[in-house]
Design a protein around this ligand. Structure first.
Ligand code: ATP
Length: 884
């Protein structure tokens, strides 16, 4: 940073430019690179993360782990050294696995968030370029537009109606009007209106500023080092599961204590034996590995969504996406391609068709050569316009607003040279386009004569600015005719600016002369067409919310197949409705036309009134409240402003409606997979509890020991359960209605099935136990066989849970996914080690089994698998259709 003399806000702009060396052409990119090495990247220091040690320690901070650690200590005191050691080893192993997985999940989320890091528009080497905000250096010339997040501390050198929301810095919610010359050196921070502070948001107007401080050196860096808080991996669902786990732990502790008392005093067990049994019960009943598996399933879902261009900013959105019942979408650019072309021009002389291809400047008018009236219209459309078209690799490309670029192409076709026209009548003032007012107006120097006003915008708006006496009936009929063909209609008008009159949105131009109408096509995206169909099959309602004309929007909705006969309502009709009436109207309507961004907020609230989960798209500053309010706010990655992205949970990297649908599909899959994981895990615990309680009731030795149960719950169950995180979507995933947000995680059918499975697992354990004992096998061999039985049943049930109800039994099901193959192979390997490797034999008190002994577990596995398949077939619809 250059030597600090006078504070930046007290300097004149020229002096600031001279000190920083960033003239109108901006910095040279070589100079920018040199400064970047000198000053470092423009980013705040990373928020302090929990250090690895602390993160590892947190893995032990869990009531269940306390219970296990206490059991280990007590076992040690009772001189059961091996048990104490094994419990400890398994607990540590579990913590390490949890630690590693959590680290991976956090890193992948972080990587996805980095993909949506802000960019800034700067002038470098005399050209406007977009660079990552991190690459800004002192002296860079930054251009500010509504919706931008100010990327560094700037000294403004130009500002036009620039309003900045400084709440992030000062807490003041009213936006501040910026601009003006040097201020007194002692002006307080909040009043330095010629500065724009890093982290604040531009809500209106335009500005140009020179970077005076970056990263740590900014005011934001000074006041806070912790602004970007690290987000945890918690979601409502995982919190619910954690709560559930805590409750279970408490219940089990009480039950275990009672059982201990009963065993020692009631049945005369020795205290240490009773203790080991009770630990066995506690360990058996708790699904230790479940929370980790659920978190990983969510993280896998986030990765899959990113691959489909849907970037999740907050983990809970994955769950919400799975339950989306209504998607409110913009039209232009999201459902349509936003590749515009003028297809018709209507002047007072009549309609002229315009031919051509995209933005290429060649095309013809039919009938005839362009008339004088048409050329006059095209000229005004060029003046009231900020876009350009240029030839690049692969054809003609627009830069700026695509609709304005289409008007530039029209100018070319009418034989005009856009640059020359703009040079001949330089712009002296403007009212920029705004979604609320739906027009744009510019004022131009006309070489000594009265300044010329050029206006384009929504016909209703422009008609209201015309001189009295214009016969509007015919024009309105023309607007309807163009709009019902699905064309987007603009009216173009011109006039003279009265000398000295203000030129602002508060005092819009009047007394104008209408030059005519322009009809533009913006074809629907092919992918959106398919996605709309997919939504309809999936019972998801789509609401198109657009600023466009009702007839245009209705025609496009029909082309997209949004509804058989789309019902269109215009924004004005929503005003003054009671919340109930609005909710009813919002539910039945497919297209909301001529809506202002403010109406979006009311619509979201109305649609949420009956508890539906609503996704809403947006891109502008004014969309932020609606995006925040929606269950899933969806911002456009390409055209969206930083403000909109910060307010959203999901960012579409390609602005495409189809990506929202892909994300919903993945969201549903994640939910299905979590349901599968839970349904799959619980019977194992049920079977184990059955075994422990049964043994206690009969007064016989436990069929599995506590450490063996831990082995199953923490080693094999996690390895197998994890494989479900990678399960592909079920074939019917988008052919069933959205899940009700009130539906429990385990539906009644699934809960019943879980109970049935608990019974099957219990019976399997009992049968193999009895069989081994009856064949005169010792306790240790019997327990080894029982562990194999539980694992075999787990593997078998894994295949049941994965197959769609009533689906095939063929080899494909058996071959499954790579994750399943790997998981099953790993578990089989572990089981062999568990049985035959001497160290593990010593730890877990296992014995090698003979070939016949293996038959028990094998038959039990097959038995579980076959029973569930038969029940599925018998119930026809099956019980494994996940929660609705
Ligand atoms: P969506 O909200 O689906 O993207 P949209 O792009 O049609 O819809 P807006 O951009 O708010 O919505 O535009 C609303 C209306 O304002 C348009 O129908 C058009 O008549 C007018 N309009 C749009 N862009 C401009 C512009 N650059 N200059 C003048 N008028 C415009």
């Amino acid at each position: 940073m250059p030597e600090r003399g006078t504070p930046w806000h007290a300097e004149r702009s020229e002096a600031v430019e001279a000190r920083l060396g960033g003239g109108p052409a901006g910095l040279a990119s070589t100079e920018a690179a040199a400064r970047l090495t000198r000053h470092g990247p423009n980013r705040l220091p990373e928020p302090r993360r929990r250090g690895p040690l602390r993160r590892l320690a947190m893995q032990f901070h869990n009531p269940l782990i306390y219970v296990l650690l206490a059991s280990s200590v007590v076992s040690g005191v009772l001189s059961h050294w091996v048990d104490a050691g094994v419990i400890l080893a398994v607990v540590v192993l579990n913590a390490v696995v949890g630690f590693l997985q959590e680290g991976r999940a956090e890193r992948s989320l972080e990587a996805i968030r980095r993909m949506i890091d802000p960019r800034a528009a700067v002038v470098r080497d005399g050209r406007r370029v977009s660079v990552p905000a991190e690459a800004l250096v002192p002296g860079d010339r930054v251009l500010l537009e509504p919706g931008d997040r100010v990327p560094a501390d700037l000294r403004l050198v130009a500002a036009e109606h620039l309003r900045v929301d400084e709440a992030a810095l000062t807490g003041e919610s009213q936006a501040v009007l910026k601009g003006g010359g040097p201020l007194a050196a002692d002006t307080p921070l909040a009043d330095r209106v010629n500065m724009a502070w890093s982290g604040t948001m531009v809500v209106a107007g335009r500005g140009v500023g020179l970077v005076v401080a970056t990263g740590d050196g900014t005011e934001l860096g000074r006041i806070s080092r912790l602004l970007r808080s690290v987000e945890g991996l918690q979601t409502p669902l995982t919190r619910q599961l954690d709560g559930f786990a805590r409750q279970i732990t408490a219940v089990i502790l009480v039950a275990s204590l009672a059982l201990f008392v009963l065993a020692v005093w009631g049945r005369g067990y020795a205290a240490d034996e009773a203790f080991l049994m009770v630990v066995g019960l506690a360990v058996a009943a708790i699904p230790e590995g479940l929370p980790a598996v659920v978190t990983i399933t969510l993280a896998v879902g986030v990765g899959r969504m990113a691959a489909r261009h849907a970037l999740i900013r907050h983990l809970p959105a994955v769950e919400a996406l799975g339950g989306v019942a209504i998607v409110c979408s913009d039209k232009t650019g999201t459902l349509t391609r936003n590749e515009m072309m003028v297809q018709a021009v209507v002047t007072p002389e009549g309609e002229v068709a315009v031919s051509g291809e995209g933005y290429a400047p060649d095309g013809a008018f039919a009938p005839d050569q362009p008339s004088e009236a048409l050329v006059a219209l095209a000229r005004v459309a060029l003046l009231c316009n900020d876009a350009e078209v240029h030839h690049a690799e692969g054809g003609w490309r627009p830069s700026g607003d695509p609709m304005e670029a289409a008007l530039v192409t029209l100018g070319h076709k009418a034989g005009l040279d856009p640059q020359a026209e703009r040079r001949a009548c330089p712009r002296v003032a403007e009212i920029p386009f705004d979604g609320g007012q739906q027009y744009m107006a510019t004022c131009h120097d006309n070489g000594g004569e009265a300044p010329v006003v050029a206006v384009k915008g929504a016909p209703e708006r422009v008609f209201a600015m015309l001189a009295d006496g214009v016969e509007l009936g015919r024009w309105q009929a023309q607007v309807r005719a163009l709009a019902s063909r699905g064309l987007r209609v603009l009216a173009i008008a011109t006039g003279e600016a009265p000398p000295g009159a203000p030129f602002t949105a508060e005092a819009p131009p009047r007394g104008l002369r209408l030059l005519g109408l322009v009809g533009l096509i913006d074809p629907p995206r092919a992918a959106a067409l398919a996605a709309v169909q997919e939504c309809r099959e999936a019972g998801i309602r789509i609401k198109m919310i657009t600023g466009d004309h009702a007839l245009t929007a209705g025609a496009i909705a029909a082309q997209l197949g949004l509804a058989d006969a789309p019902r269109v309502v215009v924004g004005a009709e929503l005003e003054g409705l009671s919340p109930e009436a609005l909710a009813a109207l919002a539910r039945e309507t497919d297209v909301f036309a001529r809506t202002t961004p403010e109406a979006k907020l009311r619509l979201v609230e109305a649609l949420q009134a009956d508890g539906s989960v609503v996704a809403m798209t947006g891109d502008g500053v004014n969309d932020a409240p609606a995006l925040k309010r929606a269950d899933v706010g969806v911002a456009m990655g390409i055209t969206g402003t930083e403000v909109a992205k910060e307010a959203s949970q999901l960012v579409l990297a390609d602005d495409n409606f189809a990506s929202i649908v892909a994300a919903v599909r993945e969201g549903r899959t994640v939910y299905d997979n979590i349901t599968k994981v839970i349904a799959w895990t619980l019977p194992t615990n049920g079977g184990e509890v059955f075994a422990v309680v049964g043994a206690m009731a009969l007064g016989v030795a436990l069929p599995v020991s506590a450490v063996q149960i831990l082995w199953i719950n923490l080693v094999t169950a996690v390895a197998l359960g994890l494989t479900l995180a990678w399960d592909p979507p079920k074939p019917d995933v988008m052919r069933r209605p959205p899940r009700s947000p009130r539906a429990p995680l385990l539906t009644r059918a699934l809960a019943l099935q879980t109970l049935l499975l608990c019974g099957l697992f219990g019976a399997g354990v009992a049968a193999v136990y009895a069989w081994m004992v009856q064949r005169g096998q010792g306790l240790e061999a019997t327990r080894t066989a029982v562990v194999h039985t539980l694992v075999a049943m787990e593997i078998a049930y894994l295949y049941n849970v994965r197959s769609s109800p009533g689906g095939g039994v063929g080899l494909a099901t058996l071959w499954a996914t790579p994750a399943v193959r790997l998981g099953v192979a790993a578990v089989v390997g572990c089981q062999l080690l568990f049985t035959y490797a001497p160290p593990l034999q010593a730890m877990f008190h296992t014995r090698p089994l003979g070939p016949v002994d293996w038959l028990g577990p094998l038959v039990a596995g097959l038995w579980v698998w076959a029973t569930v398949e038969v029940v599925h077939r018998w119930r026809r619809r099956g019980t494994l259709t996940p929660a609705r």
